[in-house]
Design a binder for this molecule. Structure first.
Ligand code: LER
Ligand code: MN
Length: 278
């Protein structure tokens, strides 16, 4: 059985939902990743159009801004971040998504606010609480490391694994985003293989964070690794314009090439490689 493909719709921000699902259906996608801002969506409309266009919400991409910091030294701030994550779990349940992304600290926080030991304990404690709640509403969590320019806290998959191994959850796993990995990992395919079954979600983007095929990342060994570890979740394109704050595109709405052009190009490039795998 082949891979299932999905698209992170952060670059579609501002478009009506029907336009988004029609585009994904047209180019052969089976999944959609929604933006973790529950107020943006009418969940019954999402379910209705998904059914009509054969699209499944595979994941919610939580948006970690400065007020959503699961490792903040102040308890009230961590609680606020946990509440936000719970609202994303509720959103996942409302749109039948099996996965939600969790990152311990916000985008752009590049310095620690307390000791490494305390931050690791806060990460474990907060993510445990989020994971338990997610389980109670029927969704999984996936811990995503980011590159050093977005966070100092966890940059490589093996660091996320350290958190995962300290959780008592059977609905949690590791996320591997090839854009971050191309900066931080020695070898993307090897890092995926090392995670094996623990890898429960991935984002694919080329080295320039645009459509696979437009940069210098070699996706053949990467897809081969995903096949070898029997990765069964959706392969999700997460493509972002060249801005230092990856969430800026939710405000800009000017990235036209990330709509039809990259949506089509990404899946075609990867499907061609997929057909050549062993
Ligand atoms: C989110 O999935 C991500 O990769 C980060 O760069 C924050 O947008
Ligand atoms: Mn990502």
């Amino acid at each position: 059985m082949g891979f299932k493909y999905s698209y992170n719709t952060i670059v579609y921000s501002g478009e009506d939902y029907l336009t988004q699902v029609k585009r994904l259906n047209k180019f052969g996608y089976e999944g959609i990743e929604l933006v973790g801002e529950p107020s943006w969506y009418d969940f019954s409309e999402v379910n209705k159009f998904n059914l009509e266009y054969n699209i499944k919400v595979n994941s919610i991409c939580s948006i970690f801004t400065a007020e959503r910091d699961l490792i903040h030294p102040e308890k009230s701030m961590r609680e606020k971040a946990i509440e936000y994550c719970k609202s994303i779990a509720d959103m996942a349940a409302a749109v039948n998504s099996t996965t939600m992304i969790v990152a311990p600290s916000p985008v752009g926080k590049i310095e620690a606010m307390t000791s490494e030991k305390d931050e690791m304990n806060y990460a474990i404690d907060s993510i445990q609480k989020v994971g338990e709640y997610a389980k109670s509403v029927g969704t999984n969590i996936s811990i995503e490391p980011w590159n050093r320019y977005e966070t100092y806290f966890i940059n490589r998959l093996e660091q996320a694994e350290k958190i995962l191994d300290n959780l008592s959850l059977d609905n949690a796993g590791i996320h591997g985003d090839t854009f971050h990995m191309s900066i931080e990992e020695a070898n993307i395919a090897d890092a995926y293989k090392k995670m094996g079954k623990k890898l429960n979600h991935c984002h694919l983007a080329d080295s320039n964070r645009a459509a696979p095929g437009t940069g210098h990342t070699d996706f053949k060994p990467i897809l081969q690794a995903l096949k070898d570890i029997n990765f069964s979740n959706y392969i999700t394109m997460e493509l972002i314009p060249p801005v230092s704050d990856p969430f800026a595109c939710v405000r800009g709405g000017k990235a036209e090439e990330f709509k039809d052009n990259y949506t089509e190009q990404s899946i075609n490039h990867l499907k061609k490689i997929e057909s050549q795998l062993k």
